[in-house]
Write a protein that binds this ligand. Sequence first.
Ligand code: COA
Length: 702
Amino acid sequence: MSQLKNFFDASAVAIIGASNTPGKIGYAILRNMLDCGYPGRIYPINPRDKEILGLAAYPSLAALPEKVDLAVISVPARMVLPVARECGEHGVKHLVTITAGFKELGKEGLEAEKELINICRQYGMRNLGPNCAGMMDTHVPINTSFAKGFPLKGDIAFYSQSGAMMIAILDWSRSIGLGFSKVVSLGNKADLSEIDFIEEAADDPYTRVILCYIEDVMDGARFLEVVGRATRKKPVIILKSGTSQAGALAASSHTGALAGSDLAYDTAFKQCGVIRARSMTELFDLAIAFSQCPVPRGDKVAIVTNSGGPGIITTDNVELKGLQMSRFTKETLDELRAGLPPEAGIYNPVDVLGDAKTDRYRFALEKVCSDPNTDSVVLLMCPTAVTEPVETSRALIEMRDRYPDKPFLAAYMGGGSLQEGAEMLARAGIPCFTFPEPGINAIKELVNYGKFKDTPPSGDELAFPDVDKRAVKAIFYDVVKDNRLVLLGSEAYDVARAYGIPAAPIVLATSPEEAVEEAEKMGYPVVMKVASPKILHKTDVGGVKVGLQNADQVRSAFVEIMENVTRLMPQAVVYGIEVQKMMPRGNELIIGMTRDVQFGPMIGCGLGGIYVNLLKDVSFRLARGLNRREIEAMLMETKAYTLLRGYRGEQPSDIPALVEAIARVARLVLDFPEITEMDINPVFTYPSGLSALDVKITISLS
Ligand code: COA
């Protein structure tokens, strides 16, 4: 449940630092509050002036005739803490702190920012900023920002970690007639962040699409939970910058953002249903499409064009994006054939030819729209001497009104001669682009969002009552006591076993006789490997023997390995020789884990063996909130999946067993944050079951 009641619709607002001097931020904010038609009471607070912009001004909150819900702070940084305290004493519920000079400046600023939040906590206030450009709501209306102008009313909520970007977008949006429900500059996100606003907007009746520009997420776990809920109600489209190393560095000096890996963001967004935009252009193209189009029933696209080339380009793009071209029914084709000139293309794309006027476009549109195999409609237009952009736009609008459950998009490929028609579409709520690709991309995202919403959320699927946490704790305790952080193979095997991850048995032997005893217990053939934390590449020092069939071979392998290692790495401490049951070959996979600073453990799976780095066929998911469906989706993204399903007559692997093993690895790394790295490579998968051959675990001291 959102805690932002009375934030946007505060009944009284104090502007602390309001000023009579044009050009000052405190002046601009008050001007904006007055100009936007805010219906509540506005109280300028200024120690000197008695009146500002025609309103009575007060020296302090204590002098006000009533309590205010919201205070906008625009005083120099050194004054912010005492002012915030004064707000707390007065009973203010929410602060919008415009002032810069906090975390983004470094250590000292960070301390002041922490103190600001301490004060807020002490008095139960919530804070937007500091270092922000304010917020607006067009439906209240309220404008606590110092931006120039006010957005048009609309149904897109936009949250931006960059105040400047917010201000620029506002200016641009008015020029193209794009409206917003709310616009918020997030600033340093010391308290309120995009997560809180997304939560609020998910239940806001005036918001249809949620849009964000962010540089980081500061609470990965909460983001996944809250945003994962919001996306089930409304589309959430996010542009996350800092994907390059240089960009990440720039983000950290901009708002002090500490970004995790881009892969983790990608995975997190995918898992909680966020639509990720890759550029500002895409962010707003998608925003327009999602706010104006319904989610289509399916992925079949019909194209009506007056030019062959663009029709082909768009068809290519439909396929590239994984969408389908509508295959019209015989009835539709017959009607198109009968009603269009013989040279026209009647199969999708429907080419009404360069000399088409509105009547031909309308006829073709009518036929393709009524075809049961059309889920979305794209109209392409090139300006020939006879095209009628305005009339054709009107026809498209009529058609959209007759088929409100289908997305209609257009690409008017030209300039001035198409402008009036394009503007008519924009006003009527039909996305109109200059070229077709953004429209097709938007349809793809609409289709994907529809699929996401149709998939019911799953409950917690990582609850395994049979795991033995205490056994794992004890192993880690012994490893640390031994001054190590990397587990021996036998220790890692014990960890895997405690969590029900099927692994090939492996035991440490300290003498040839003990090795024989263990080999007899597990059964031949066996593999023997030197156990030493200092030896990473065991084969290189003659530390591995495979395919040992009997006691004699085991005994001599023990001696031979010891001799090899003593000769080649005399300084290495050797714990003994590990004896492992030699498993039959299966498909070779890898299951791995890395940790992200924001989102926690990430599980990867794909083609394993020695070519992992070369083939890079690994797909990832966050361990948090993982479920079997997501694990399967992760596997399906890899080439390894083709092998698992039985490539070229091979028997298929036991995919459910692999899914189960991955889920158990996820449980393990969630239960033990001290596991910093974990790799199982290879995992052999069989028609029935699987076996982890080499489990590598590294822990930290905490
Ligand atoms: N209570 C009320 N008013 C106070 C006050 C207090 N405790 N202390 C000072 N004021 C008044 C000042 O008297 C002044 O009013 P005046 O013009 O009538 O003299 C007004 O508040 C502003 O103070 P001033 O010292 O003139 O500061 P400023 O306007 O030059 O700068 C900020 C204040 C907040 C704008 C500036 O510190 C700042 O942070 N700028 C950057 C903002 C920014 O970029 N944010 C991020 C956007 S993305």
